[in-house]
Design a protein. Structure first.
Length: 181
């Protein structure tokens, strides 16, 4: 069974709707660790050794976050800058992340149709996530199709529950090794 580490990054999780639905849907799954970065590091003082240890213990890394300015919240970027240091994430001696999987699981305020050429946001979310795809590539990881909740701010409870169920099923499939890219 593939071990999954969900790095949850939401600066105001107590006000979250979509991200809390997603987190609640997977937090009790055996073999899935939901690691709330803003809870552990409210002062941005990331414990690099601890985080690197967690990376080593897991096969699939999920960045779970709201889409902020077409990217990730600041603490997750800080985590990347500090934790994926030379020798661990990339470089000639990098072995730790090789062969593992990376996925973004995000919620966006914009609609699916706004994320396309000619739409308000002009690019697909997959295109906007190119820095993460290339980070995975540089680290020898496989980059998976992102899991996206669109129109996150206006979904009903029923729609949020449906997305949460899809997310849970996606992680269960990843656990079984049914990976896609
Ligand atoms: C600072 C900030 C930046 C945002 N940037 C984007 C964005 O670039 N694209 C988008 O679709 N939504 C954007 N949003 C909307 C959030 O992605 C959306 O409110 C969030 O995913 C909802 O999830 P939640 O209920 O868990 O907070 C932004 C929201 C904030 C507060």
């Amino acid at each position: 069974m593939q071990r999954i580490l969900v790095l949850l990054a939401h600066p105001a999780f107590e006000h979250s709707r979509s991200q809390s639905y997603l987190a609640d849907a997977v937090r009790s799954l055996e073999g899935v660790k939901v690691h709330d970065l803003y809870h552990h590091y409210p002062d941005f003082m990331v414990d690099v050794m601890r985080e690197q240890g967690l990376l080593m213990e897991h096969d699939v890394i999920v960045f779970q976050h709201p889409f902020y300015w077409y990217s990730i919240p600041a603490l997750l970027k800080e985590w990347m800058d500090l934790v994926l240091e030379h020798g661990l994430g990339y470089g000639s001696t990098a072995v730790t992340l090789k062969g593992k999987y990376l996925m973004n699981a995000l919620s966006a305020g914009g609609s699916r149709s706004s994320y396309q050429a000619g739409g308000l946001n002009r690019f697909t979310i997959k295109q906007l996530l190119a820095p993460f795809e290339q980070t995975a590539n540089l680290c020898g990881m496989h980059y998976l199709e992102p899991f996206v909740v669109y129109e996150a701010d206006s979904l009903s409870e029923k729609q949020l529950a449906q997305y949460a169920e899809q997310y849970r099923n996606s992680l269960l499939a990843l656990q079984r090794g049914d990976t896609w890219s």
